[in-house]
Every structure is written in structure tokens, then in C-alpha cells.
Design a protein around this ligand. Sequence first.
Ligand code: SF4
Length: 441
Amino acid sequence: MSYKIAFISLGCAKNLVNTEQMMALCRAAGHTVTGDPEGADAAVLNTCGFIESAKSEAIDNIIQLGELKQAGKLKKLLVAGCLSQRYPDEIRAELPEVDGLLGTGSYTDVAAAVEALMAGERPGYFGDIHRTYEDGERLVTTPPWTAYLKIAEGCSNGCAFCIIPKLRGKYRSRSPEALLAEAKKLADSGVEELIVIAQDITRYGQDLEEETSLARLLRELCRLDFRWIRLHYLYPEAVTDELIETIASQPKILHYLDIPIQHCNDAILARMRRRNTKAELSALFAKLREAMPDVVLRTSLICGLPGEGETEFEELCQFLREQALQRVGVFQFSPEEGTLAAAMEDQVDPDTAARRVELVVDLQSRIMDSHNEARLGSVMEVLCEGFDAEEGCYVGRTYADSVEIDGRVLFTAAGLVPAGAFVDVRITGTCDGDLTGEIEE
Ligand code: SF4
């Protein structure tokens, strides 16, 4: 029996890759896959569940899909991913619209789970979350010129505020052979921008029998026919000189580095169980800027971790003023049950934490504006992502802009510019964090 199965992917790009694998598995099992749940036999909602806001988003989606079921526009609902892994009993008890559950160790059971659902069962698949990563086909859902390459699953870093290791298991690198085969397929299919992801890409290969490294993998990936290779989620303490040399010397690897630091105050970093100090972070950023003067640094921060007083917070703000990082994502501390930080003393009042997030956002938007202003008059290579009718111009990204999380370039051109093409754009203005410009004929 062939079913029409809708897929909805929430959360991070690593979760999206799992969704793409599940779509390929269902198609291989003879089912039809779609992105629209209306009129489908079953919907698979691949959830995120690591902080409060992500949990709320997942529950909102479940309720909406439940309403579709009530309206007779959807038959069954399978909830997969981190929320299922974390709260199976609560979902069963409190969300009756959910017909089946798929944990993070059971993505490859998706077709069997859907078939069980359609047969009237209420399955729950919860495989071992530490098991060896299962390679497999993907139905790539990103635009044809961009694709993610997930090089490992899980995390063993054990940050005090983070529940991910309990949801995704210990760190497991994928084999270089499987990665290069997948990357080659992506390059042959026309992908120009390869985005390398994992919970922590810098640990790549350390757990493999035949030990290898991220630097070695990157050198191999650079042999393939990509234009851009972009790196996300580098753990600061694990950025080696060999890795820096590889990034600086390989033209395809973008001088755009996403290095989550979470904070800069030494006592807070120790409480977070992060393995670096402010001095080491400053030294790393200085070393990267020396090796690559045009490097764009992105980071993630948490405000309101227990023990963070006004002094520690002001130290963070001063660090941001001094370092002038181009891209910063800032989150309010979320006391997640099952983490060390949730049980810590000196919890910070949530309103205070929220105010601190706002202050960092303000500070950072001024820093980003000055970086953007420094681009005025320059000519930058832009990956065109199509014509935006609302903006009335073309939209694209530079090496300094990753997918969905950074700025854009809005530009005009006399002729037609195909989506996926690389063009040179003269930057003539800035607007709400974006750059504006005209194509350099
Ligand atoms: S590095 Fe830390 S914050 Fe990131 S996934 Fe691992 S434990 Fe969580």
C-alpha cells in the first residue's frame, strides 16, 4: 500500500538532514512524500526540543496538525525527533492527536512506523541514541545550489546548560568514505555551497578507529566541484593550527567561521563546563584574524546563566565591544530539567535575563551596522538566490552570510540573473542589517 506522507522539519539544520533522510526512506519504500500535510495520509513532524521556545513551537505544530485531523484533512500524525525522545510519556498523555512516536535513535524506522500507524497501531520506536550513524540517501530540501553535509551525530562535550547529549547521544563521526561519496553526489547534482555541520565539527574523526581530522576531511572536500564550503559549529578549544592553516589556504573554504563561545567570563565559562577562558578566546580570534584578515566571525551566547551578575554581564558586553564580532546569536538561559545548570544555585530572574538579551541584541546590531558600512563601495561576490518581487530586486548572499541566520544583499541588475549564479555586486548602501547594491557589469 502506498501512502502520501507529509514532512515538516523544525529546529536546526542537523534535524533537517534527518528529515531529508526520512523522506528518502519513505520514497524508497514506495510512498509519496510532500511538504503539505493537507490531504496527506500521514504527517511526520520532526521536532526540536532542547529549549523552551523550541518545545512550544513543536507543540503548536502538533496542535495545528491535530486540527487538520479533526477537519478530516489528515489521517495520522507521527512525531519524531528531540521532543519525542525527551517527552514520550508526556506526549502520549497530553497530546492525544499524536498517533505515533519516533525517537532520535530510530529515524531509519520511519517507513515501518508510518505503515504501522496506517494499520491502526500507535507505535513508539526508541532505538539506541548512541548507535553508529546510519548513512543513507537524502531528498535534499534546500535550494539546488546549497546543501548541508552533516559529518557527525551527537555530542560528548557535556556543557552544563545543554540537554542535547541526552537527546542525540555521544559523538559519532561518519566515515570519511560515506561523507565524500555523499558530497560528490551533491556536487554532481549542482550544489555550489556546501555547509558542513554537526553539534561540534571540530571533533570530527577523533572517535574513528582510523583517526582522522576535520582539516583532512576539508582538504578532501575541496577536491570536489564546490564553489563555497562553509563551516558551522566549531568548538573554540578544538580549533587547531592545522585547521586554521587549512581554512586559510584552501580558497573554497569561506572565511566565515561560526564558533559558539556562549560567554566570556571565566567563572561563568567554568560553570558552563566550557573548556576555554576569555584569554584563550581572545587569542583564538586574534590568531584567526591574523591568518585571514577578511574573516567573518559568528558566535552564540547565553545570557542569564545561574551566577551571572551585572559585573559578569558587563564584562560580556565589553568583550563584544572589543572583539566586534560580525555575527552574534544570543539566547536567554533556559533551565532545562536534566541539565546541571537547571539545578544550580543563583538562578537569574528571567526578566533580568531577557533584558540582558535585548541589550546584547542592541549592542550587536550597532556593531553589525558598522561592519556593513565598511563594505560600502566594495565589490563582493554574491550567490544570487532569485528575484524578490516584494523587494523588487534580486536577493543573494555573500561569503559573510549563511543561510537564514545572517543578512542578505539586495541588488539590481540590467539583465536577467539566474538563481544559483555567482555575480559581482558593488555595495552602495545598507538597510536594516542587509546590504544593497548593483551588479558590476
Ligand atoms: S557543544 Fe555543548 S552546547 Fe553544543 S551540543 Fe555539545 S553539549 Fe550542547
